[in-house]
Design a protein around this ligand. Structure first.
Ligand code: NAD
Ligand code: ZN
Length: 235
């Protein structure tokens, strides 16, 4: 039985909760070019547009419910505790809604924003979203969503590196294997001896790096896979 299980999730695990993935929608994200809504340059050029986009995504995520895939991972954590961690590229908060606690949100979170000047952080629920571009209570500067945009450095990279070096099983679920550094995590885990498995109905771009690629939807595959793993732990 594997001792440390590490999971990396991408937009695909939330697809069955009704949240659109990026790459499956033809390169446009809710009708926007990625450079316009997910880069610091896009925000500088048109903060109102970027805020409209993230207010909409925040509201969608608030209404979304976790699916069988999220719940299966939360159940596994109940059994494994400290031996189980999730790294997610998702910003929707659905792992936590399903009950997962050890989650590193490397690309930020839709339910928060922060001041571009003094860096004070705010909950979206306590921010005046009726303003086209919300402002900081403390210094009146412009707020921005707490999202790691393209060209910015993801959160928790040193914690992630530690987890990758120490895991025995690395599961990569619903990510296209295109966005770095996350797409390269499998190589670190493998180099340090982990068994590596991808779960995705389509082949990810980095498919050759995995020991096994399971072509399935997360919600179809994870409940029985997790039940099997739990069985191995409990017997
Ligand atoms: P992506 O959109 O590039 O890729 C999604 C992957 O999920 C594809 O490979 C697709 O084949 C797979 N997939 C589709 N349905 C699936 C299912 N039911 N089960 C398992 N896999 C399924 O997403 P990405 O690789 O996460 O990277 C793009 C970036 O977009 C990330 O930085 C992420 O932060 C961001 N993003 C986040 C969300 C979210 O928070 N829900 C949504 C869209 C994009
Ligand atoms: Zn401020």
């Amino acid at each position: 039985m594997s001792k440390q299980i590490l999971v990396l999730t991408g937009a695909g695990i939330s697809a069955e909760s009704g949240l659109k993935t990026f790459r499956d929608s033809g390169g446009l994200w809710e009708d926007h070019a990625i450079e316009d809504v997910a880069t610091p340059e896009g925000f500088a050029a048109d903060p109102e547009l970027v805020w409209r986009f993230y207010k909409m995504r925040y509201q969608q995520a608030e209404q979304a419910r976790p699916n069988a895939g999220h719940y299966a991972l939360a159940e596994l954590e109940e059994v494994l505790g400290e031996q189980f961690h999730i790294i997610t590229q998702n910003v929707d908060g659905l792992h936590q809604k399903a009950g997962s606690k050890r989650v590193l949100e490397m690309h930020g979170r839709l339910k928060r924003c922060f001041c571009t000047d003094c860096h004070k952080r705010y909950e979206m629920s306590r921010t005046d979203l009726s303003l086209p571009v919300p402002v900081c209570d403390a210094c009146r500067s412009v707020l921005r969503p707490d999202i790691v945009w393209f060209g910015e450095i993801p959160y928790y990279l040193s914690e992630i590196d530690q987890l990758l070096r120490n895991c025995d099983l690395f599961l990569v679920i619903g990510t296209s294997g295109v966005v770095y550094p996350a797409a390269g995590f499998v190589l670190t885990a493998r180099y340090h001896g982990a068994r590596t498995i991808s779960i995705n109905p389509n082949e990810p771009a980095n498919n050759t790096h995995f020991d096994e690629c399971i072509q399935s939807k997360a919600g179809d595959f994870l409940p029985s896979f997790v039940a099997e793993l739990k069985q191995q732990v409990l017997t």
